[in-house]
Design a protein around this ligand. Sequence first.
Ligand code: ADP
Ligand code: MG
Length: 647
Amino acid sequence: MDTDTPLIRLEGVKRYFGSGDTEVRALDGVSLTIRSGEFVAIVGQSGSGKSTLMNILGCLDRPTGGTYCIRGEDIAHLDADDLAALRRQTFGFIFQRYNLLSSITATENVEIPAVYAGLSTAERREKATALLNRLGLSDRGGHTPNQLSGGQQQRVAVARALVNDAEVVLADEPTGALDSGSSDELLGLLEELHGSGRTIILITHDHAVAARAQRMIELKDGRVISDTGTSDARPAQEAPYRHARSGPSFVGQMIESVKMAFRSLRANLFRTALTLLGVIIGVAAVVAMLAIGQGSQREVMSRFESMGSNLLFVRPGAPGTRMRGDAIATLTLADADSLGELDNVLAAVPSRSGSATLRVGSEDYRTTIEGVSADWPIAQNRGLKYGTFFTKDDVTHRVGVVVLGTTTAGNLFDNVEGAVGQYVFLGGAPFEVAGILEEKGASSWGQDQDDVALVPITTGMMRLFGQSYLSSITIAVDDTDRISDTETEANELLLERHGTEDFQIRNTASILESVQDTQNSFSILLGSVASISLLVGGIGVMNIMLVSVSERTREIGVRMATGARRSDILMQFLIEALVVGGLGGIAGVLIGFGVCFVLSVNGMPVAVTVMPAILAFTSAMVTGLVFGLLPARKAAHLDPVTALASE
Ligand code: ADP
Ligand code: MG
C-alpha cells in the first residue's frame, strides 16, 4: 500500500432517507480523511448523523451520493459479498447496546466473525479464549450474555470486534450504556488498542469521552463543522495481520451452519418439538400407509396366485352384465360336460351354490352349500383332511353325500375326524359325510373358505336349489402356456352351443390385473392422504421459520455486521429448516416402522420396504428445503442497517 493513500477518504458523502417532503438529509456532503493508526472521535448532538456516518464507514450502508474510498478503492465498485468481506476483515464494530447473541456463550459470541472468516474450530476457540483472557474475562467465557454485567458484555463485544484482527475499530456510543467505572475501563482499552497500531473511530455525543481521542470531528445536521485535524503524524502502516480475503470453505460453512441450526433449535425447544411433530406425523403416515397398502396388495395377490394360474372362469350373462350370475339361466351341466371334452382341459367343474341349514341331532348350522362335480379337488387344487371326495358315480346317481369344510364340521360334530360316515340332514334328507376338506383359511375378501359344504351338483339341483342352471363353470387347464388358446376354444364352443354370447370367460391373469388396479388405486389414495399430512407439516416448518426470521432480525443484523455474507445467512436458515426436516424424517420413519410392527403383530398384512422410507425421508428433506427457502431468502435479503436497528 502506498503510504500516501489514506485508509479512509470520504468526499461529499450524502445519505438521504425518503424523498420529497419527507426527505431527511442525515449526511449532507461529508468530506474527511482518516489515516491508518488514528484515534478519531466523531461528536455531535443526537440526530446529527453520527450513526449514519458510522454505518457508511463500516460498509453496512451505502452513501446516496459522493465517494467513499477504502485504501484508495471506491466502494461503489464493490458488490454485497465484497462489502461483507470488508466488514469481516477490516472492521470491528462495537455498539452501544453490545449486540451480543443471547442464546450462545461469550466465547461463542466472540467466535462469530472468525466462523465467517473460515477459521477452524480449534483456531478460533484459541483466539477467542486468548482475547477474553486479555480483556479480563478468563472465567466468563462459558457464560451467556445475560449472566454478565454491562461492562463485561461490552468487553465481550470488543473481543468480538478484534477476533479477526480488524484494522479499524468502529465504536458507536460504546460507553452509552455503561457506568462511569466501566466506561473509563473501556476507553482505556480503546487507547490500548490504538497503542498497538489499530485505527479507532469512536462515536459519541459526550465531549469528555471524545477528549480521550487524538482528533475530534464534529458533526451538525449531517455536515462536518469542525475537525482538529491529523495531530498524530504516525505513518500509515501496512497491516501486519491480514487474512486471505477468501471466506470459509463450503464444507466448513455447512458444518458450522448445522451446528448453529441445532443450537438455535435447542434454544426454542418447545416450538421445535411442535414443528417436528408435524413433519414426524406426515412421514410416519407415509411410511405406515404405504406399508399397509403394499401389504394388503401382496396378500391379495398371493391368495390369487395360490388359487392357481391354470384356471378359466365361465359365468353366465353377456359381457358387461351386472346381474348376479345366480339369476341368469344360460349355463347348463351339458355345457360343463362339453367343455370338459376340450383339448388341454383337465377338468371343467360346474357349480351352483345356495345356503341351507345342516342338522346333526340337535345341532343346527347354516352355511353355504355348493353343488360341484367330482373333479372339484383337481380344479381347486385342494385335498381332503379325512375321508374321500364324492365320485363321478355319486354325481351321476344323485347320491346324498356331502363333503364338509372344517368350520362347518366343527360346528356340527364334537369330533371332526369321527364325522366321516355319519349322516347330516340337509333339506330334510339324510346326506352321508364322505370327507372333510383340508383347511384353507380366510379368502382375500375375508370369507372363511372352510365354512362350506359340498354336494354333488346333480343332487343339489334336485333336492336343494330347485334350479338346473349353473352359476359358474371353473375350467382347469393342463398346459398353462396354452391357456389363451383354450380360452378361445371354450369361447367358440359355448358360442356354438348357445348361439349368442350369453356368458363370459375370464382367466386368473385378467382377474389378477383388475384386482391389482383396485389395489393400486387404494395405495395411491393412502399415499395421497399421507402426502397431505406431510404438506401440512411443511407449512408448519415454513410458519416457524418465518416467525424465527422476524424474531431473529437483530441476530441477522449482528451476523451481517460481523461479516456474514447473504449466502451465509441463506444457508443458515435453510439448514435450520433442513435439520427440522431431517430430524422429523428420521423420527417419522422410525415411528412409521414402529406402527407397522405393531400392526403386523396384530395380524394386519403390512409390507415394510425400504423404498417408502427413503421416499418419505427424502420428501421430508425436500419439504424442509422448499418451505425453508422463502423464510431463508427473506432473512438473507434483510438490509444490515435495518436488521441491526430492529428490536
Ligand atoms: P445520531 O446517531 O447522530 O443520533 P443518526 O445518524 O442516527 O444520528 O440520524 C441522523 C438523522 O437521520 C436523524 O434525523 C434520523 O432521524 C435520520 N435517520 C436515520 N436513519 C434513518 C432511516 N433509516 N430513515 C429515515 N431517517 C433516518
Ligand atoms: Mg446514533
